[in-house]
Design a protein around this ligand. Structure first.
Ligand code: ADP
Length: 697
């Protein structure tokens, strides 16, 4: 099958020749022409076409067929394979030679065209591969590999434009012949305009050197003999940015041609595009990384010690910037900036303290506070703005580039991060911007953390104080209670006369003694209850009770004080029981406090209304007075511990500010709430709501 297909072009060629011969024979017969040159001219064209279409083999075959046919039909004697004259023979032979020349010519140009086509296809294959890689290094690797598929080179050199040193630095060298492999191409870098590579970069146009050994522009590494080779250099440029130069070489003068140059131009353009893409991608990646880092900086873990946090923040900045050396200085309480963390891959182990330098004052860092000063220092040795301490330090450490990031919190310079590199580095504005952003976040995090720490320590101290106070209250109230009971006991016995008659002059004193000791007992009970509520040591004694009883007893207790001030109490209690589940003693204290306040904070004779009702499963107790009232701004804080209204009219009234706090604690611990309505000058109304106890089943 395959053999037949390969023979087909020969068949077509013969058919073409036979058809043309037939046509020519017919014309010759009609017009009586017998000049062989006429036919040969036509045959040559046909054979040229065959060579173009079917290739060299069928074309040569058709020459043979044409020669035989000519000899037989067109060369006298006609109809026989004989040569009548020498000149006819010469004509036939020269015709054959011309045909073969044409075939040769046609096949060469055809082969060239096929090659160019093939290269175009290959290029199309290569382009997406080049453009796909999002990493600059990977792009250059791909280019080196891909170029080989389209140009048969013996040496490829890929130079990158290093913005820091402003030189073309060899990134990749692929030698495919010992002539190139023996040379150390890496030892050479080019400035713009230097050598063929530098010239191509400077002019931004591709250059072809047909014979490098004779071209004075060609520069070889020191100690190398010029090579008889063709060289072409193509710059990689996109939107005015130079990324580097692709240089190809092939042994032999004239071995690389303009076609190769064009192909390389296409590859270089794509490479430049891919590099630009890779750069944009890495920019985006860096931004995302920076944002992620900002997030991680925000989430300050207070359980970590300060030194850990300082270190991890510096570590983050170092990882991000790939700095070789890094230091973090922070402002201490003594107003000095000390190194609190060091880092970087090249930080000398073990010489931590030696290399960091001593504490710095605000004056040492004053240069950083100038907003016009760029944080980036190209070469610390020669940079005029660097203060002496920084220059000395960086010089000792062999630093070639530094970034100093001030840590600002508002107007305060809280520290500085130093990032250093041992080789020259160049930073674009965006890169610096990102680092500054990170530093700003780090400054806030560190500061917040220290502020929090400060607060935490303060809160701890306060907590301790509070605990001490509680303990004291508990002990004090306990210790006061017993002697007070004894005092009251004897005072009552005296008053009742069970210890004998007392003179009338002492009666009043005795009464005052009793009153004051009652007041004191109330105060002690309160303190004790407060202490109990706060440490929760004694649980409430919950039982079902009728709140009316509690109210009743409390009213009785307050009666003497009301009477003393010639006031009166209006009581409106429900006829039905007011059942609640509660601790009667604690509820009594709550009601006592409200009643006592109503008496205390009435300037004239107290007018007090007390009501106790049941509505919709709620028991409501209201204690209302017509006293001095409470200013609106004080109402919110009324139930806070130790809060007392700052009112000149109330200053003479004794109190501790724990009464209402106790009321709220007790009521809320019973699942209820308490609130107040009041109008200054007109009076106040305290309302307690408690859940009614369900009916006993
Ligand atoms: P104390 O009575 O020991 O000062 P309280 O906690 O019972 O403490 O009350 C806190 C403050 O609330 C009082 O100092 C007073 O200024 C205000 N107050 C409480 N009850 C009344 C009231 N019925 N009328 C006006 N002011 C009151």
């Amino acid at each position: 099958m395959l053999g037949v297909r390969r023979l087909l072009p020969y068949l077509y060629a013969v058919i073409a020749v036979v058809l043309v011969s037939g046509a020519l024979g017919l014309i010759a017969w009609l017009l009586h022409i017998n000049r062989i040159e006429t036919y040969w001219a036509i045959f040559v064209i046909v054979i040229g076409a065959i060579a173009w279409r079917y290739g060299r083999g069928p074309a040569i075959f058709s020459v043979a067929v044409a020669a035989i046919l000519s000899e037989y039909y067109f060369i006298p004697p006609w109809g026989a394979f004989e040569f009548a004259t020498v000149s006819e023979t010469v004509r036939l032979i020269s015709g054959i030679i011309i045909s073969l020349t044409v075939i040769q010519f046609v096949s060469i140009s055809r082969a060239h065209e096929v090659l160019t086509e093939k290269r175009k296809d290959l290029l199309q294959d290569v382009s997406p591969r080049i453009l796909q890689s999002l990493d600059a290094e990977a792009t250059l690797e791909t280019v080196a590999d891909a170029t080989l598929t389209v140009i048969d080179y013996q040496h490829l050199r890929l130079y990158r434009w290093d913005e820091a040193s402003e030189r073309l630095v060899l990134f990749k060298s692929i030698a495919r012949s010992p002539a190139y492999a023996a040379i150390d191409w890496h030892s050479m870098t080019f400035a713009l305009g230097e050598g063929i590579t530098g010239l191509a970069a400077k002019s931004r146009t591709p250059l072809l050197v047909p014979d490098a050994s004779r071209d004075p522009r060609m520069i070889y590494p020191p100690g190398t003999q010029p090579i008889a080779e063709s060289v072409l250099s193509v710059p990689m440029v996109t939107s005015d940015r130079l990324f580097g130069v692709l240089t190809l070489a092939r042994l032999g003068a004239g071995s690389l041609q303009v076609d190769d140059l064009r192909l390389m131009e296409a590859i270089a353009a794509q490479t430049a595009l891919a590099l630009a893409n890779a750069e944009a991608y890495s920019e985006a990646e860096q931004t995302i990384k920076a944002l992620a880092m900002i997030e991680s900086l925000k989430a300050g873990d207070t359980s970590q010690p300060d030194s850990e946090v300082d270190r991890s923040i510096l570590q983050g900045l170092t990882d991000f910037s790939q700095a070789d050396l890094a230091t973090l200085r922070l402002l201490g309480e003594d107003d000095l900036y000390r190194v609190v963390a060091t880092g970087g891959a090249k930080w000398p182990e073990g010489s931590k303290s030696a290399a960091t330098g001593g504490p710095l004052t605000g004056a040492d860092l004053a240069w950083l506070t100038d907003p016009r000063v760029n944080v980036y220092v190209g070469d610390p040795r020669s940079d005029g703005k660097l203060p002496e301490w920084a220059r000395r330090g960086t010089e000792r450490a062999g630093v070639k580039a530094s970034i100093f990031l001030p840590l600002w919190v508002g107007q305060r310079l809280t520290g500085v991060v130093g990032l250093h590199w041992r080789r020259p580095r160049w930073f674009r504005g965006e890169q610096l911007g990102r680092l500054q952003l990170l530093a700003a976040q780090a400054a806030i995090s560190l500061d917040t953390r220290r502020a929090l720490e400060h607060e935490r320590r303060r809160a701890e101290a306060l907590g301790q104080l509070e605990r001490a106070r509680r303990e004291f209250m508990q002990i004090a109230s306990h210790e006061l209670r017993t002697p007070l009971t004894v005092i009251r006991g004897y005072a009552s016995m005296l008053e009742e006369g069970s210890l004998g008659e007392i003179p009338p002059s002492a009666r009043q004193a005795l009464k005052t003694l009793l009153d004051k000791s009652t007041e004191m007992r109330v105060q002690v009970e309160r303190m004790l209850l407060l202490a109990r509520l706060e440490d929760g040591a004694v649980p409430p004694q919950m039982a079902r009770l009728d709140l009316r009883t509690v109210l009743h007893d409390a009213l009785e207790r307050v009666q003497p004080q009301v009477a003393l001030k010639q006031g009166e109490v209006n009581v409106a209690l429900a006829d039905e029981p007011l059942p609640v589940i509660g601790d009667s003693e604690r509820l009594a204290t709550a009601v006592d406090n409200l009643l006592q306040n109503a008496v205390k904070f009435s300037t004239g004779p107290p007018q007090i209304d007390v009501s106790g009702q049941r509505t919709d499963g709620q028991i409501t107790v209201v204690v209302r007075d017509h006293g001095i009232g409470i200013p609106p701004e004080a109402r919110k804080r009324l139930f806070e511990k130790f809060y007392r209204v700052n009112d000149p009219g109330v200053q003479n009234v004794a109190g501790t500010g724990i009464g209402l706090y106790l009321v709220r604690q007790v009521v809320e611990s019973h699942g209820g709430r308490v609130n107040v309505e009041s109008e200054p000058g007109a009076g106040s109304s305290f309302k307690i709501e408690l859940p009614a106890a369900p009916r006993p089943s």
